[in-house]
Write a protein that binds this ligand. Structure first.
Ligand code: IVH
Length: 674
């Protein structure tokens, strides 16, 4: 490419990326797949690196963050940033309207622009000749901090204005916020890594903007919503506030889709009801509504009092965070056996409803918050998310506050609880008998790859468990025709079919039986390896940690799950009941590893297999005595190549390693009855 071509290509890429960005982040209408966006982006990065003289401050590549600052510089706002007066009820709002009318000396109806009050961080963006030159925090209203580098990383902030009818100098006012989904995701990731968790999206947005390293800001899910313009000398592009906002949308900003103009306080009250009802369904936090006199001319006449305009007011919503007393902590067991601490609270009105329970997630969270029974805590309830305890008010702790401990036994079934190192969750080990986990355990037991009980679908299992006709998988085999045919939508014929299927399922294999027990992290592949290694169920049930660790594919975590499972007397009883009911399988002759058919060989599996996952294929090869490696080398005996195999296949062919396809692989497995 010659210089002119490079220049043209760079411009094409910048325009395309800016356009896609706008569609995706401002209009919420993604126009191309992410992968295509990434390709264009990387092409632009590469071209700009090769031609540094062509770099530009409004290039989409400027959004990834850059130099680390030592401090933020202080800057003066062209027009001061004001605050708002609040009202909390209808009377307050009617007084506001009346004050305006008296001041204007007119009873003429007023038009108000209504917008959500975004709960984030106020920001002022300065554009010169359409280019973003500065972004500053509110600070004391007159002077704020220059956080341009950070703000540029936010995808919904235009680096250059769209169109051309904007004033040469334009200050845009808005709010930077973190949508709830992004906030929850970020906190969940932080919790998993035992890192700092933010109390609410507003704090998360503030913390993300305060970074001296803009790369950190770039990694946070922030958005910009704008709600006004500020121009030197009190100029306004248009005659109405709502028209200014429409212009901002045209220039590339995200303006609230909830913007409306209404007549008088009555219109404002209707809008308040409308948005309050919609509050939980919005993807971001709002703490109220801002009502503004729409006419710029009237705004000028009304002016300001101290540091708030007379022409605008914030009507606050019920708070999303409130203080209350933690009366007790109880433990709930979920369908997968996870034991979750739940806070029982002195009922408190928060986020528009009365809350008396809140989640504490897990034991790490209890320790992180250092929360005790008797503490005064802060509860947050926003959107559809379950209310959470987000903070302890340390000063209010009574001397007899009680430390919370995780139960050593399951509160539902009394089995021991287990917490695997490195995991946050504490679990019940009574998988087969725990009432909380019953339907889950039985559904798994009956599933196709487990005992394969045809006709025992999820619905029937739920009904049987609900009516307490079965408590654990062993009970399935004592069901009779009368009981079954008495169930809804189950005739004599289907009852008999199910009984036949139950009978048929009794003849199974050791690996299926182990898999069907639903031991945590023991999938089909591990079940097969356990079966091949130990040969019979007693040996598996009595195996020590060390013995379990000798099985291919079993690491310390899986070994500990297996050991805990069989240590639980209840689980052993169910296994005995199943065997007593007639469930049987042939034992497997345990061979010395050196006698196995593929002993001493190293295999590699690549590509996509139709009949099984790569992990299953790996387990089957291991069961035949092969070592399974991740890459092809001269030492590889054979390569199993599934569909779309790539570089491993090429390498095997180059090295002259034997390659077999899925069909040949299945034949091999069949020959060895695996
Ligand atoms: S108008 C002169 N509109 O609320 C009027 N403010 O106390 C200035 N805010 O931190 C503000 N959403 O950043 C206005 N739709 C909205 C708003 C809004 C959020 C914030 C603003 C400031 C505070 C005002």
């Amino acid at each position: 490419m010659n210089d002119a071509d490079v220049r043209a290509r760079i411009q094409t890429l910048r325009d395309a990326l800016t356009e896609h960005n706008h569609k995706y982040y401002v209009l919420d209408e993604p126009s191309i797949p992410d992968a295509e966006y990434d390709r264009l982006f990387h092409e632009l990065v590469a071209l700009e690196e090769k031609h540094p003289d062509l770099k530009s401050p409004d290039s989409p590549t400027q959004r990834v963050g850059g130099d680390v600052l030592s401090a933020f510089e202080e800057v003066e706002h062209v027009v001061p940033m004001l605050s708002l007066d609040n009202v909390f009820d209808e009377d307050g709002l009617r007084d506001f309207e009346q004050r305006i009318k008296s001041r204007l000396g007119s009873d003429a109806p007023l038009v108000f622009a209504c917008e959500p009050k975004l709960d984030g961080i106020a920001i002022s963006l300065l554009y010169e000749r359409g280019l973003l030159v500065r972004a500053a925090t509110r600070g004391d209203g007159k002077r704020g901090e220059d956080i341009t580098n950070n703000v540029k990383t936010i995808a919904s902030v235009p680096l250059r204005l769209r169109g051309s009818d904007w004033p040469d100098e334009l200050e845009v006012r808005g709010e930077i916020y973190m949508p709830r989904a992004g906030f929850e995701k970020m906190n969940a990731a932080a919790r998993a890594k035992d890192e700092k968790v933010f109390v609410n999206p507003r704090n998360a947005a503030a913390g993300s903007l305060r970074q001296l390293d803009s790369k950190i800001t770039a990694s946070r899910p922030l958005e910009l919503g704008v709600y006004g313009v500020a121009l030197r000398g009190d100029k306004s592009p248009f005659n109405c506030h709502s028209e200014n906002l429409n212009a901002l949308a045209k220039w590339g900003f995200r303006v609230s889709p909830e913007l409306r103009t209404v007549k008088g306080a009555d219109g404002c009250l209707d809008y308040y009801e409308y948005l309050l009802n919609k509050r939980d369904a919005l993807p971001y936090d709002i703490d109220g509504i801002v009502f503004k006199v729409d006419s710029i001319d009237l705004q000028r006449k009304l002016g300001f009092v101290s540091r708030a305009p007379r022409w605008a007011v914030a009507h606050k919503f019920p708070a999303q965070e409130e203080m209350t007393l933690l009366r007790d902590v109880e433990f709930q067991v979920g369908r997968t056996g996870a034991i979750t601490p739940v806070a029982r609270l002195e009922p408190v009105f928060v986020g528009g409803v009365t809350v008396s329970n809140a989640t504490l997630h897990n034991f790490d969270e209890i320790q992180r918050l250092d929360v005790r029974v008797g503490d005064t805590v802060i509860i947050r309830r926003a959107g559809d998310v379950i209310p959470q305890v987000v903070q302890v008010v340390a000063e209010k702790r009574p001397s007899d506050a009680k430390i919370i401990e995780m139960p050593t036994h399951c509160p539902v079934c009394g089995s021991e609880s287990e917490r695997v190192e490195g995991e946050a969750v504490t679990r019940c080990t009574g998988g087969l008998i725990c009432a909380a986990q019953r339907s889950q355990a039985i559904k798994h037991f009956a599933s196709r790859k487990a005992m394969d009980i045809e006709g025992l679908g999820d619905k029937i299992v739920e009904v049987l468990v609900e009516r307490e006709l079965i408590k654990h998988p062993g009970d399935l085999f004592s069901l009779d025709r009368d009981t079954l045919s008495g169930l809804e939508r189950m005739g004599q014929k289907s009852a008999q079919n199910l009984l036949d299927a139950l009978e048929k399922s009794k003849a199974t294999s050791l690996q299926r039986f182990i898999y069907s027990l639903g031991i945590r992290e023991v999938g089909e592949a591990t079940a097969l390896n356990l079966a091949q290694h130990f040969g019979n169920i007693d040996a598996i049930m009595n195996a020590s940690q060390e013995a379990l660790l000798e099985v291919s594919d079993v690491g310390p975590i899986v070994a500990s799950h297996i050991e805990h499972f069989f240590a639980e007397a209840h689980n052993r009883e169910v296994i005995e009941a199943l065997i007593a009911a007639g469930v049987h399988w042939p034992d497997i002759e345990v061979k010395d590893p050196s006698e196995l058919p593929l002993a001493g060989q190293t295999w590699v599996v690549t590509g996509t297999l139709e009949s099984m996952t790569r992990d299953e294929a790996k387990a089957k090869l291991q069961a035949l005595g092969a070592k399974v490696a991740g890459s092809v080398s001269a030492k590889t005996t054979s390569l199993v190549a599934g569909a779309s195999a790539g570089s491993k296949l090429t390498k095997a062919e180059k090295l002259g390693v034997e390659v077999i396809d899925e069909k040949a692989f299945l034949t091999l497995l069949q020959e060895h009855s695996i």
